[in-house]
Design a protein around this ligand. Structure first.
Ligand code: ARG
Length: 274
């Protein structure tokens, strides 16, 4: 018997790939010699936005800023829980100004906002499970986010933050290796984590959907779930089968162009948790 998976209405923030290019390489997926198809990137992004809207979710759109080619990866701009926003501070200067654009968005919406002292890349390295152990944050480090930011996030957000060490450069953000499927369960690729962090995950999430390296390489873990519908890219067919077997409903969207920058569905979508 599989549990009935119920969706919860969400509010998201996205930023169109209007100025999207791959002009620098800060992760192993980025190849500056292969041109991006800007028209296709925008079309694919619009389909993702409309898919979330059609599922009943609210999508806010942040204006793209010229000169910030990675701004389409809106997940990196901040991390919010219960109306409190922990702002981002990017590892690489090329993306630094994106944090300001996100801060202005939250300020304009009247959110409580904490500016970070430590390097962290927002939901790229933070995930929230509101019903796991009373509300728990999972946080990645090893490539981008400074582990000191995990303690800072815990102080700002008042939720236990569990630090997980990422060890494979191909999976440089937590959201390339792990995703929340609903309020209490996750899916992850164990090989992206240190042996000790794998043990922590196995202890905390005995019912996790376990993905393999091929799933992770297809960016199948870079998904957005509303608790029932799991939005993931078209390449990740095997991952779609795994979440279906666990009772969720996979919804595939083509995001081939965003993969050139080293991201997919989740990278393009920040959740606003009021
Ligand atoms: N090119 C971007 C970078 O390397 C991709 C960010 C992907 N975002 C994410 N949430 N994983 O920073």
């Amino acid at each position: 018997m599989t549990t009935e998976r119920l969706p919860r209405n969400r509010t998201y923030l996205m930023c169109p790939p209007k100025h999207f290019t791959v002009e620098y390489a800060i992760n192993p997926w980025m190849d500056t010699t292969v041109p991006v198809d800007a028209v296709l990137a925008l079309k694919q992004w619009e389909i993702l936005r409309d898919t979330l809207g059609d599922l009943g979710h609210r999508v806010h759109v942040l204006d793209a800023v010229p000169g910030l080619p990675d701004m389409v990866y809106a997940a990196n701009g901040a991390f919010s829980i219960d109306g409190m926003v922990y702002g981002a501070r990017f590892r690489y200067p090329e993306r630094g100004a994106e944090a300001d654009a996100h801060r202005e968005f939250y300020a304009g919406q009247g959110w409580r906002f904490a500016g970070p002292q430590h390097v962290n890349e927002g939901e790229g390295d933070f995930a929230y499970l509101p019903a796991a152990y009373g509300g728990m944050v999972l946080a990645g480090y090893g490539f981008r986010t400074d582990p000191a930011a995990h303690a800072e996030a815990q102080e700002v957000l008042g939720r236990p933050v569990v630090s997980l060490r990422l060890v494979d450069p191909a999976f440089y953000h937590l959201d390339t290796a792990l995703a929340a499927l609903d309020d209490r369960n996750v899916t992850y690729y164990p090989g992206a984590f240190s042996a000790a962090s794998q043990r922590v995950l196995a202890q905390l999430f005995p019912d996790a959907v376990i993905a393999d390296r091929a799933d992770a390489e297809a960016f199948g873990l870079n998904l957005v779930s509303d608790g029932r519908h799991v939005i993931l890219n078209t390449e990740a067919t095997a991952m779609g089968d795994k979440v279906r077997a666990a009772g969720y409903l996979p919804v595939h969207v083509d995001l081939s162009e965003l993969k050139r920058g080293g991201g997919s569905v989740k990278c393009a979508v920040a959740e606003l948790r009021a």
